[in-house]
Each structure stands twice: as C-alpha cells, then as structure tokens.
Write a protein that binds this ligand. Structure first.
Ligand SMILES: C[S@@+](CC[C@H](N)C(=O)[O-])C[C@H]1O[C@@H](n2cnc3c(N)ncnc32)[C@H](O)[C@@H]1O
Length: 429
C-alpha cells in the first residue's frame, strides 16, 4: 500500500470504530481479513495510525475544527507526527486511493488554531464528562497527566526470578535496546520501533524458556507493594490471566500457597500454560463453577489481592478507544463490582492479614472512593500507611505518589512513567 492509501484505510477504520462502537483491535482484525492484499507491514502501520489518532482524538478534532474521522487522522498527523499543511499537500492528493486534498476550511483551521487555546480537557485528550474526576485526582497537573496518558506506552517485562536475573535477561535482550526500569527492581523496558511498533518480545527464546512475562512496570509495583512473602497463604481473587499470581509465586520463591481464581473462567484459562512456562509450583487454580470457590478459605489468608474490575483509565495509552467508549453507567457498574469483590475478599483475610486493593485506573471515584466505602462498612480493617510499604517493596520517592484521597498510592505515566495504577493495603485487626 502507498502511504496515501494507508491514510484512506485508517480513516475508514476510524469511521467504523465510531459508527459501531467496536473495540479498535476487532475492527483492525476484520479489516485485515477482508483486505488480504495488505501485508504485515501495512497492517502494523495502519494500527499505528489508528491508535495514535485515537490517543489524540479530542485535540486532533479541535485543531481541525471538525468532529470527523478524517479530522481525527489529519489532526493527529500534525500533532503527533509533525506534518504541516505543506507536507500534507504531498500526501493528500484526492487521486486514486488517496484521501481528498485539504479543503480551504481545513487549511484555514490549521493556519489559525493553536492547541494552547483549547479547553483543558481537550488539551489533555480526556472525555469532557470525566474532566472533574481528573482534576480531583491531579489538581493543577491534570492537563499534563492527561497528555501523558495520550502518549504511546513502552513494552515492559518482569524478570521471572525463579529462572533468571535481571542482569542475565538484560544481556540477552540487548539487541532490542532493553534497559532496566527505574522503579521496579524486576523490570526491563523495551523501546518501541518506528511509528510506535511493538517489539515482538514473545518470539524471543528467553520468553519461551519462561525467563520473563510482559507486565507493565506499574502492575509490577502494585504486586511488589502487596509484598507476598515465602511461606504465606495468598488468595488472588481476580486473577485473570495470572499476571500478579506469577509475580507473587516468584516473590515467594515457590514456597507457601497461592489460590488463584476469577469469576470468568475464560479469562482464567491461560494461567495454566503461563504457570507451567514460568516454573511455578505453589499455585492452586480454582476454576469457578457458579459461585467463587473460596468458602473454605474464610479467615485463613495472610494476604488477599483484589485486582479489581475497573474502567481501565490507567491503561488509555494502550487502549485509547476505551477512553472514548467509557460511559457514566459503566463506571457506576464497576464501582458496584468493586464493592462486591472487596466484600468477598475481606472474608478470606485472617486477623492481622492484609487485603490489597488494586485498580488500573486514575479516577478517584473507583479508587479512594471504593476504599472509603469499604472501610465505612468494615471497622475491623484500616488503611496501612504506604510509605513503609513502598520502601520495603524496594522503591523510594513515594510521597509524590500518594493518591488524592490519601488512602493509597497513585501511579501514572506522568508521575511514575508507568500505566496508571492505584494500590491500597487494608489490614485486618
Ligand atoms: C484487572 S483484571 C485482573 C488482572 C490480573 N490480576 C492480572 O494481573 O493479570 C480484573 C479481573 O476481575 C475479574 N472479575 C470481575 N468481577 C469479579 C468477581 N465478582 N469475582 C472475581 N473476579 C471478578 C475479571 O474477570 C477480570 O479478570
């Protein structure tokens, strides 16, 4: 495909995502299946264009003064890829397979509009209705935080200390430009390729051997703060594919017991193969059949992780379409889910044990607020001060990471260079 025909296809895909409110990944996949002539390079370039455009959707549209898929793409090309009205004239000719040439209105908008003049939520590329939550979370830094969430995300790996060390893995992955992460002592960051292409780390021999997992540094830090120790009894209540289960097993050096479950058995399914590859031997996977199979664990766990269902606002760098699909009703549904999983998890905590609440969100409505609601109903739990926990987890400079409501730690691309994660540790008396 020519560069111009890729732009036409990207506009078509953006229109489809919008018209049918479908996840970008599904639309891109369908497009690839129905356009077999497009090679893997074309598909990767298209995905780059579409995801970059979705990350900057509000600011791109504002720049062009139009709420269309075409404006989203052209605005992104200017804001993200440094194109100008002059260079765009070479790309947009209106000839066969190329998008129409810039109109007089578009040229006028590009010549006169400046993003600095836009309302703050547009500059931040945050949906209008969520802006009050954003300001509540970040105060004067809200625009910077939104902008950081509209950047591309790097690929982070967590070394599996059951099989390798960070130094050994860094040496193996040197050809990919791998570097140590700044906060997590377990992390390695691999830079993206041209146009934001992800390096194919899963084709590495070291991945097959179980030396590492793909896990954002923020998720690693959440797991480190939970501080699973060798010999402990641990319940991972919302284990999904097992990202944190695997991290705990390595932290516990395969000693003690982890129970991993999830109310969606399809999400839980990949965990078996991952445990095998990682050489994990202390995990009992409990696949649900109806109710969550945890009744026998009541009051027995040293630590229960509730890695709760949430809006995913902290992962907008990776899933920018989710940012524009989120609705107030689904946020309210997630808050109800959070109350339910916290209640279920609390029952399994032994006296003196800890309930660790994690979301991949930056919205106080489902972070501090969910913890506050839980504590109001559970006077046998108290929020632990996070300074000591962060230090014992091996990273410092924690003060700037306190959440707005003060009940937990708030990570974000701007603050910690990671996805946006919230972590609170609640101790049972
Ligand atoms: C953020 S994801 C978990 C990610 C996982 N812990 C990891 O580190 O890879 C949240 C999970 O909560 C699960 N979930 C939602 N409601 C639940 C409930 N009521 N009980 C248990 N799990 C639930 C979802 O199926 C989803 O897999």
């Amino acid at each position: 495909m020519t560069p111009a025909s890729r732009l036409s296809a990207a506009i078509e895909i953006l229109a489809d995502i919008e018209a049918r409110r479908r996840p970008a990944a599904d639309v891109l996949k369908d497009w690839g299946l129905s356009h077999r002539f497009a090679g893997s390079g074309d598909r990767a370039a298209l995905a780059g264009l579409v995801y970059d455009a979705l990350r900057r959707r509000a600011s791109a549209r504002w720049l062009l003064g139009a709420d269309t898929p075409r404006a989203t793409l052209i605005g992104m090309l200017v804001l993200q890829r440094g194109e100008t009205a002059q260079t765009l004239a070479g790309l947009l000719s209106g000839e066969r397979f190329s998008p129409e040439a810039l109109s007089a209105d578009e040229q006028g908008a590009l010549a006169s509009r400046r993003l600095e003049d836009a309302p703050p939520e547009i500059q931040a590329d945050v949906p209008h209705w969520l802006w009050p939550s954003f300001e509540a979370a970040f105060g004067a830094d809200a625009v910077q935080e939104g902008r950081a969430l509209a950047e591309r995300a790097p690929v982070d790996l967590r070394v599996n200390t059951l099989k390798a060390t960070r130094e050994k893995l860094l040496a193996e992955l040197e050809p990919l430009g791998a570097v140590p992460t700044l906060l997590s002592p377990l992390g390695i960051r691999v830079p993206l390729g041209p146009e934001g292409r992800s390096p194919s780390v899963q084709s590495e021999e070291t991945f097959r051997k179980g030396w590492f997992e793909i896990q954002d540094e923020g998720s690693q830090l959440a797991g480190l703060i939970a501080a699973a120790r060798p010999g402990e009894q641990v319940l991972d209540l919302c284990a999904g594919g097992g990202g944190k289960t695997l991290e705990f097993a390595a932290a516990m050096d395969n000693k003690g017991q982890i129970f991993a479950t999830d109310n969606d058995k399809r999400r839980l399914a990949p965990i078996h193969e991952r445990l095998e590859r990682a050489g994990v031997r202390n995990v009992q996977v409990r696949t649900p059949r109806g109710a969550l199979p945890i009744d026998d664990l009541a009051g027995r766990m040293d630590m229960v992780l509730v890695d709760a269902p949430c809006s995913g606002s902290g992962t907008w760098r990776r899933n920018p379409d989710a940012k524009w699909r989120l609705r107030p009703s689904s946020l309210a549904d997630r808050q109800k889910d959070q109350a339910q999983v916290l209640r279920a998890g609390a029952q399994a905590v032994r006296p003196g044990g800890r309930l660790v609440f994690v979301t991949c969100s930056v919205l106080p409505d489902e972070n501090d607020a969910s913890v506050r609601t839980f504590l109001a109903d559970h006077d046998d739990f108290t929020a632990m001060p996070l300074g000591g926990l962060a230090k014992s987890a091996g990273f410092s400079g924690f003060g700037r990471l306190a959440s707005a409501g003060g009940l937990g730690l708030q990570l974000s691309p701007q603050r910690s260079g990671t996805d946006g994660f919230f972590v609170a540790v609640l101790q049972r008396r």
